[in-house]
Design a protein. Structure first.
Length: 455
């Protein structure tokens, strides 16, 4: 294909957006574009957006503001807003930024090439946010895996129908749809051919994979992926506690390649708040799940998502979240202060909490979690952990493990980093070790964000 120009893709948001950007890049490559990391050089710029919280949405519009200025200087530049903000705002995004050529919704990727053609023949301000039945025709190009890349995301389902009252995802990602297992396996086999060793299977709620389609269960899909010889490690996200099946717990326990790590977002420790969030479980049932999980899979790492300051959350109810954290002792926590999202029911809820209070609860929560993350990391001292090597360390540590100034320019060539099955970062000293190898590392020391070990 003749070179048609440079493409710049700016991705905001979750792992699914990273995957979606790879899909958009594969369309652009098919049309003759090559990827550039320089915005100024680009002939087409795509901003793949996120709207999960207000801040993410504003990050998109601020980048698009920069892009508008660039387009004034370079009129042939094709500008695209893609993903969740595009789907949410549609025509409205053009009011904020009239210079945009294409508003590409989350289910419109299969029309991307055609819309670029339309812009080239003189059209602008095209909005395509139609919900569609089939959305898995566009696949990322496995051949662009680079030499040091060892891990990739693969989307196995799209959309969500859980309608948690604070969440915009069901409105911007549409109805839940599972991808055919054959297509998933084919994509993973391709990735293996290009040297990928670890795959993370993505969906808003992987536990309900295949149910609507009457296809195989998620646990059975894990088994199929496990049978791909050259795939070394399998991760997945996200599981919804209300659908965590025994079959999945046993699959994590029994399938060697499935990592001993579960991300199980709880959001709150208070039953009243969980009900108002429409989560479909209580603190008690969540804790029962954790007990079962820890019994079947001892030493499994558990992470979660939490929201502070959901409308009408009292200090006592927030304290219940802290109590739950103490009971579970999570390995890591992703926590956010509640953000009002358009269209969601919670936006109309009374009892909105003051910003400063939401942030103060968030900080209190992070402070508590620091203790448990370090405690769990310290449990690994003296243990031999299989580590999937990712590359050279960006951090420099002394041999005895004390971290020194982060991100120094000089990289110690023998200092490498990788991840344990539980997804913890390990820096270690070693020679003749290449990315992609799984090696046994003895953990010597533990810090809040990483481990130090020797081979
Ligand atoms: N405000 C704050 N956090 C939110 N999340 C989703 N919607 C909101 C919101 N309106 C968080 C949830 C979810 C994670 C991906 O983002 O914790 O699990
Ligand atoms: Fe949002 Fe709830 Fe669906 Fe997760 S399960 S994407 S929080 S609606």
């Amino acid at each position: 294909m003749k070179f048609k120009g440079w493409a710049y893709i700016y991705t905001i948001g979750c792992q699914m957006n990273v995957y979606d950007s790879a899909k958009l890049l594969s369309v652009l490559k098919f049309l003759g574009y090559s990827e550039t990391k320089s915005l100024e050089e680009a002939d087409i710029v795509v901003c793949n957006t996120c709207t999960i919280r207000h801040k993410a949405q504003e990050k998109a519009y601020s980048f698009l503001g920069r892009l508008s200025k660039l387009k004034k200087k370079k009129p042939h530049l094709i500008s695209v807003i893609a993903g969740c903000v595009a789907q949410q705002d549609g025509e409205k995004s053009l009011k904020r930024l009239p210079e945009i050529d294409i508003v590409l919704g989350t289910q419109s990727f299969s029309r991307f090439a055609e819309l670029i053609d339309q812009v080239k023949s003189g059209r602008s301000n095209i909005v395509d946010i139609e919900p569609r039945e089939t959305i898995f025709e566009v696949m990322p190009d496995a051949s662009d895996v680079n030499q040091n890349e060892i891990s990739r995301f693969v989307t196995i389902m799209q959309g969500c129908e859980n309608f948690c009252t604070y969440c915009v995802v069901p409105y911007v990602r549409g109805k839940e749809k599972s991808r055919r297992p054959e297509a998933i396996i084919e994509e993973i086999e391709q990735l293996c051919k290009y040297g990928i060793q670890e795959v993370t299977l993505l969906g808003q709620n992987v536990n309900s994979y295949g149910i609507k389609e009457n296809d195989i269960s998620f646990a059975k899909l894990l088994k199929r992926v496990s049978s791909i010889d050259s795939m070394k490690r399998i991760r997945f996200a996200t599981s919804h506690p209300k659908d965590l099946s025994d079959e999945l717990i046993y699959a994590i326990r029994d399938l060697e390649k499935v990592c001993f790590h579960l991300h199980l977002p709880v959001q709150s420790g208070s039953d009243r708040i969980l009900k108002r969030m429409n989560r479909g479980y209580t603190q008690k049932t969540y804790l029962e799940m954790i007990t079962k999980l820890k019994k079947e899979c001892p030493n499994i790492a558990i992470s979660t998502d939490l929201i502070t300051g959901f409308p009408s959350e009292t200090r006592e109810e927030f304290q219940e979240t802290l109590n739950l954290m103490k009971a579970v002792e999570f390995d890591s926590v992703y926590a956010f202060s509640y953000s009002d999202r358009p269209i969601t029911p919670a936006m109309k809820f009374d009892g909105k909490i003051d910003e400063a209070e939401k942030l103060s609860r968030l900080n209190e929560l992070f402070e508590l979690q620091k203790f448990y993350t370090e405690k769990n990391n310290k449990k690994l001292i003296g243990k031999i952990e299989p580590v999937l090597v990712e590359g050279k360390s960006k951090k420099k540590m002394k041999v005895e493990g004390e971290p020194v100034k982060e991100f120094q320019n000089i990289i110690n060539t023998t200092q490498m980093m990788g991840r344990t099955e539980s997804n913890k970062i390990v820096h270690f000293q070693g020679c003749n070790i290449r990315p992609g190898m799984v090696i046994d590392v003895r953990i010597e020391n533990a810090y809040p964000h990483s481990l130090w070990g020797i081979v």
